[in-house]
Design a protein around this ligand. Sequence first.
Ligand SMILES: [Zn+2]
Length: 69
Amino acid sequence: MVKTVMQDMQVCTESRLVQSSATAAECYVCRKRFDDGYRITAKTMVHGTFLLCNEHYGLKWIVKPRPPI
Ligand SMILES: [Zn+2]
């Protein structure tokens, strides 16, 4: 009985994680967010798939932005 409840909880947590990552679409370069009204598109490149706004979609290489100091 207890085991069944635990399994149900695990399923709930996993589906919530998937949802949150799907709604957190933001440009990999400038961090513009889909939530803010920007158009974010996934682009597959040699070194992986990145989410990019209109402005950065044309880039051939993605340089990881420096962390804020
Ligand atoms: Zn951008």
